[in-house]
Ligand binder design. Structure first.
Ligand code: MSK
Length: 652
């Protein structure tokens, strides 16, 4: 464990300049009110955004405004800076080709493949970290980790043909961990988990040449294909995008989900609280932000140790309050019921409560600006991944071998920071709301009596018209949480069950849709089903990698009905997506046969051919395509229409 900088050094380096802030501060109360209303529907975010505008503490929305107007070539996907002959912009006439000769179709498709491969790599590298932890838990080298779900370990070992009878749990963990590590570069030319998809869906992949061969191979091949001069057929490039995305959904992400369940427990229904009001004025507050549960699970352990609680008492706090953010937050909410402070656009605001002793980050979706925000408060930003070092943060070299000791050191440092809190700057904007989460497939199946057949019957009977997976992020191009919440409310009203992950789930949680009482907002059929099962009409299925749980659910439903996934009355939506990972998720949804509506236009408008392939042509290839619809009410219409068409085709 190696600390490379100290709080005092950071404060010197990033001392918040009152002068600089004064330049940014807005004094006009009417303008502040207007901006706040334009930016979010999250009631607890509003007073903090207003304060940030008054105090000149910069947020994502300010930076977005500073970036306007955006470059129209970059927005259309027609700029290319891949090689040193450029950069090029594809315009028209004599400038319709880049220096190398690439036209708009090639530049746009290559950029999109790059985006998908980046997202798939992020999910899959996260998956590999988790798998490595399982392996090292098996070898006894990982400090603090154990196998929590032994039944699931044995079930997945059986999928991999690993004997479990009469063997030590650690031996099975080691052997499964090794088999999964090999899966990233497997030579067998298919991923074991992809065998969970219906045979008819796999036949489509085989026919289209998009069956993922291994995780690493698809990502590397994609990176090869975006190199200048490696083919110029945009269709071929986009099909590789689909194959790469499938290697994420049915490979890297699915490994991340399944093995996290084995190590930390398969989620079960639990009740907790959500929004910025989970931060407590009289406690040491520690936020856990990012995506990977490896460290956060250890922080939870460390923060519950008597020594640490004693220390908190000694510094004058009533206890240690852990809160989650984004998907690390979802991981510990789903499994441990740890309260969640919010989604992507709540990360800066959580610091602005002035009551956060530390924000511990792992990787993905972490604003590089966080140390700047934290420099205006006493909050320590603690980075923990060698892949995600941040200037201005305190870096702890976290690894499996030192996991629990590192977690203890970080928690201790956070507790000791409590006396540095500037009490007159604390502003906790309100009370949290209840949230019910933990809907793993195992939990849903158990609630349905041990099989998915009752859900299929309810869909066939029309009580539930179909299901929609709403996933993804926040994006300043959409009013914070408006896309997610409006779409979910509209769909449940139309008796469409919503399953959600990531920041979409947190948005709907903050809006009160993730409690059984929200059944009253659903249509008669769905409302009745939810009341009889005691479940919300919007089910929280986990973090971004847990979109793989949605794939497994789709496979179960399709296998129960004996059809390919594209024939199901289901749809996907990403109303506020921003991330490359979300593009990979959307692509593996579509490639698996799920019509998917995006709320933000991807950077493809510069190529009518690419637009046509993605929004129509893919229907002939994989039985599903994308649509882009920024208005969530119109998106609900598209989804309803699609679901009703699929019902008709199935004769239900
Ligand atoms: S955290 S990828 S902003 S959902 Fe998974 Fe949220 Fe999107 Fe990050």
């Amino acid at each position: 464990m190696k600390k490379v900088s100290k709080p005092e050094m950071i404060r010197e380096k990033l001392a918040c300049s009152a002068l600089e802030r004064a330049k940014l501060a807005l004094m006009n109360p009417e303008l502040i009110r207007k901006k706040v209303e334009e930016r979010t529907i999250d009631e607890l975010a509003k007073p903090l955004i207003a304060a940030s505008l008054r105090d000149g503490v910069e947020t994502v929305w300010d930076r977005y405004e500073q970036q306007q107007p955006e470059c129209k070539y970059c927005a259309a996907g027609t700029s290319c800076a891949r090689c040193a002959m450029g950069p090029c912009r594809i315009i028209s006439g004599t400038r319709a080709r880049g220096v190398c000769g690439a036209d708009a179709d090639l530049v746009v498709s290559r950029n999109l493949l790059d985006t998908i491969a980046t997202g798939a790599a992020a999910h899959s590298d996260h998956g590999r970290d988790i798998v490595e932890t399982l392996y090292m838990t098996g070898t006894g080298e990982a400090e603090g980790y154990t196998v929590t779900d032994e039944e699931k370990l044995k079930r997945i070992a059986a999928e991999y043909g690993i004997a479990t009878e009469g063997r030590e749990i650690r031996d099975i963990a080691r052997e499964l961990g090794r088999a999964l590590l090999e899966e990233f570069g497997t030579l067998k030319n298919f991923l074991q988990f992809s065998m969970r998809a219906p045979a008819s869906t796999r036949a489509i992949w085989e026919e289209m040449g998009i069956m993922p061969r291994s995780v690493d191979r698809e990502i590397v091949e994609s990176m090869h294909m975006v190199q200048m001069g490696v083919g110029s057929d945009y269709v071929n490039i986009l099909l590789q995008g689909m194959r790469t995305a499938l290697s994420d959904g049915w490979g890297g992400s699915m490994m991340a989900t399944e093995i996290s369940d084995i190590l930390f427990g398969t989620p079960k229904v639990n009740e907790s609280r959500v929004n910025l009001g989970v931060i407590k004025a009289d406690h040491v507050n520690i936020a856990l932000h990012g995506h990977n549960p490896m460290l956060s699970e250890m922080i939870v352990k460390a923060a519950r140790e008597p020594d640490m609680l004693q220390l908190a008492g000694d510094v004058g706090a009533k206890g240690i309050n852990l809160v989650g953010l984004c998907c690390t937050g979802n991981e510990i909410l789903m499994r441990k019921g740890i309260p969640n402070a919010g989604n992507h656009f709540n990360q800066e605001l959580a610091i602005q409560t002035g009551a956060l002793e530390a924000m511990i980050v792992d990787y993905q979706c972490i604003f590089p600006s966080l140390p700047r925000t934290a420099a205006c408060y006493h909050t320590l930003i603690v980075s923990t991944s060698s892949k995600a070092k941040m200037p201005g943060s305190l870096y702890f070299d976290f690894s499996m071998e030192n996991a629990l000791s590192t977690a203890r050191a970080i928690v201790k440092m956070a507790v000791e920071n409590f006396p540095n809190r500037l009490k007159d700057r604390v502003q906790i904007p309100g009370k949290p709301v209840r949230i019910v989460s933990g809907f793993s497939n195992e939990t849903i199946k158990a609630a349905l009596g041990g099989s998915f057949k009752p859900l299929v019957d309810l869909i066939a009977a029309g009580k539930i018209r179909g299901a929609a997976g709403i996933v993804g992020c926040n994006n300043p191009k959409v009013k914070h949480d408006y896309g997610h919440v409006t779409l979910a409310k509209e769909l449940i009203k139309r008796n469409i069950l919503c399953v959600e992950t990531g920041c979409a789930a947190i948005a709907c949680g903050k809006a009160g849709l993730l409690v059984p009482e929200a059944a009253d907002l659903a249509g008669d059929g769905l409302g009745e089903v939810c009341r009889s099962l005691g479940i919300p009409p919007v089910l929280h299925m986990g973090s971004c990698v847990d979109c793989s749980r949605i794939l497994v659910l789709l496979a179960e439903l399709a296998n129960t009905l004996g059809v390919s996934i594209d024939r199901l009355p289901v749809a996907g939506a990403a109303p506020e997506w921003y991330s490359q990972k979300a593009v990979s998720i959307g692509s593996y949804f579509v490639a698996s046969g799920v019509f998917t509506v995006l709320g933000v236009m991807p950077k493809i408008s510069g190529s009518p051919s690419v637009i046509s392939l993605l929004t129509a042509g893919l229907n002939d290839a994989v039985g599903a395509a994308f649509a882009v619809e920024p208005d969530p009410l119109k998106a609900a219409d598209l989804i309803t229409e699609h679901i009703e068409e699929k019902r008709k085709a199935l004769g239900i």
